[in-house]
Write a protein that binds this ligand. Sequence first.
Ligand code: CAA
Length: 379
Amino acid sequence: MFQLTSEQEMVRLMARDFAKKELEPYACERDKNETFPADVIRKMGELGLMGMMVPPEYGGSGAGAVSYSLALQEIAYACASTAVTMSVANLSTEPLLRFGNEKQKEKYLIPLAAGEKLGAFAITEPDAGSDPSSMTTRAEEKDDHYLINGRKIFITNGSYADVINLIARTDPQKGNRGLSAFLIEKGMPGFSVGKKEEKMGLRASDTVELVFDDCRVPKENLLGKKGQGFKVAMTALDSGRIGIASQSLGLARACLDEAVNYSQNRRQFGKEISSFQAIQWMIADMATQIEAAYWLVLSAANRKDQGGSFTREASMAKLFASELANRAAYKALQIHGGYGYMAEYKIERLYRDARVTTIYEGTSEVQRIVIAREFLGKG
Ligand code: CAA
């Protein structure tokens, strides 16, 4: 049986304590006002929560993927918006760690992993979501630089990010082998932040459009080899999916606790509704599936820590945990009855926050493609 180390337990308790003090009391207000808590994000950086899978020589805490998942579950339990900010910040260190040269690591990875700077990851376009190989943002090679034109949408952390991992097309003829990864810095000429999205949930996270209009990027900011962009993106998303699975799990736990608490206090037909079998079964199913998801997510994270391939495991964890978060939110709201539909009750926010987990960083349908291919081949 997989046992947490004392260090992993400590990370979990530290994140729980932080979330209780800094996130939980303000989550509702931040959601309502769409406030991005920049000061809290900075504090999380100081605690080592933004570079958890990066070794200390590159500025990270080197805690590993299991600790990362445990911490993220705690953050998401209190505030799912902050959890996605943290997840994408950690994700944005992965391409640098895996594909960056020493100079790039020195300049970009160290401050990102140390939480001094915030990262983002830009792949999605208006006509390239589940199929990133059809992206059209163009990076043309000039003398000593690339000229980038196009736009990216739905970019988490986009307006606050100091460094953005951008995937763009360097060769229009080569499909997914014609994509390359670039490091974009805030303030580069020709780069700007466009429309801010108004979202159904995760309203205290930052989601924006990024615009590239003759943006000049020095050649030394090419990340990995030219043509390797798709691989860089997929590798980053493998890790990202462990993050979203962990966020989903934190959300599902919060839904369960809200359901338990409400059902033990709400009285109908002369007794607490928790005494009805209909409610008990919903709670039993939620708790059982949360336990299953917990082990699936930790198993994927543990595999990453062991250094093996974890593509399939990350997709399974993301698929199962995100679908569970939505089921748990649905059932918990059902238990709340009419009150659950009102903004006054926390479950209303959890329900909205859970919805996107089966969509971003690969829809449930994409996760099933990834999983099925592991068994059946590409067909
Ligand atoms: N790791 C490394 N390499 C990988 C890989 C992985 N996990 N998956 C694929 N590759 C490689 C393949 O080996 C292949 O390499 P070769 O060409 O050398 O053989 C190459 O990439 C192409 O692979 P596929 O043929 O499998 O690619 P595909 O076009 O069929 O796509 C897909 C497969 C799984 C559907 C993929 O496109 C995918 O994951 N789509 C979803 C994209 C996504 O998750 N977007 C979310 C964006 S981020 C976000 O949500 C916002 C946020 O900030 C939260």
